[in-house]
Design a protein around this ligand. Structure first.
Ligand code: NAP
Length: 288
């Protein structure tokens, strides 16, 4: 299927490269045009000057933008230019309600929508090994499968529209807890004067081992917080989680509440564009 990508940030650009490698990529669009021009040049394809131009050329469109309002803005920009039966896949992390709104708008113009948020970081996007959680019609997923296999190694159909995003909320709550645990434990180890590279090596392969300590443990120890996954984006995700949690009997979860406060503090200090491992900045201060 002729495929277009809208949104060429840290994740979307890698997805586009992997689609190109497998011969699916037709065109790319990015709000900041220079990024689309550069990537199109690199991949030897044409770039589109508007989301509408992607719509007219594509049988499948992958969206990877930041926030709920950005996704809905892109849906609005393409909806009147799509060919019937086009499949639109949103890989951004947004709320289940936004996924449902997008699906309704696109159904009305005889096209199909799947919410397909991903996990695995920029490394997963680069290597085409993302985990993808899918909401929508499973028969549409089957039609899109060859293209999605180019960007994700583990594609799991969850259920109706919105359930991909609900699953991503589960993932993001877990990621917050892991970030809290890893940054706090490594700050403690550093304060004790341990050889921290060795500590990361050994704990990475034991029962406490996880993706985050393996990929971000050593960089945070030398105060490198290149994104990665921008802290402000995880704050956005946890705000979505907070409202979804509230819908379940007016509840709140401690990890979500605490991490939102910590991230807000870091954002206020100007660290919102750093990787989420920048939480280590706050944890180190506990031992000063
Ligand atoms: P990013 O590097 O900040 O890129 C965001 C992209 O969205 C850029 O291409 C940006 O265009 C575009 N965009 C934002 N608002 C827009 C709008 N109103 N109209 C059109 N384009 C708009 O973010 P990212 O890390 O790629 O993340 C993208 C999505 O994937 C987010 O929802 C994030 O939560 C999710 N995600 C990220 C990771 C990760 O590890 N980074 C992992 C899983 C999921 P400009 O270039 O013009 O700014």
């Amino acid at each position: 299927m002729k495929t277009g990508v809208i949104g060429l940030g840290a994740m979307g650009a890698h997805m586009a490269r992997n689609l190109a490698k497998h011969g699916f990529l037709q065109t790319v669009y990015n709000r900041t045009q220079s990024k689309a021009e550069d990537l199109a040049k690199e991949l030897g394809i044409e770039h589109a000057e508007s989301p509408a131009a992607v719509a007219t050329q594509s049988e499948l469109i992958i969206i990877c933008v930041s926030r709920d309002e950005d996704v809905l803005e892109m849906i609005d920009a393409i909806k009147d230019h799509l060919q019937a039966e086009t499949i639109i896949i949103d890989t951004s992390t947004v709320s289940a309600d936004t996924a449902k709104s997008a699906a309704t708008i696109l159904n009305d113009v005889n096209t199909h929508f799947l919410d397909c948020p991903v996990s695995g970081g920029t490394e997963g996007a680069k290597n085409g090994t993302l985990a993808m959680m899918v909401g929508g019609d499973e028969s549409i997923l089957n039609k899109a499968k060859d293209m999605l296999d180019a960007i994700a190694a583990n594609i799991i159909y969850i259920g109706p529209t919105g359930s991909g995003q609900a699953t991503k909320a589960v993932n993001q709550i877990m990621a917050a807890g892991i970030n809290q645990a890893v940054t706090e434990a490594l700050a403690f180890g550093k304060a004790m004067g341990l050889p921290m590279e060795k500590v990361v090596d050994v704990v990475s392969n034991g029962a406490a081992g996880n993706w985050f300590v393996q990929h971000r443990g050593k960089t945070m120890l030398v105060n490198k917080y290149e994104p990665g996954f921008k802290l402000a984006l995880h704050h956005k995700d946890l705000s979505i989680c907070k409202s979804m949690i509230k819908q379940q009997g007016d509840n709140a979860l401690p990890t979500v509440e605490m991490t939102l406060i910590h991230y807000q503090k870091l954002m206020d200090e100007g660290y919102g564009d750093e990787d989420i491992s920048a939480l280590f900045r706050l944890k180190q201060k506990l031992f000063e």
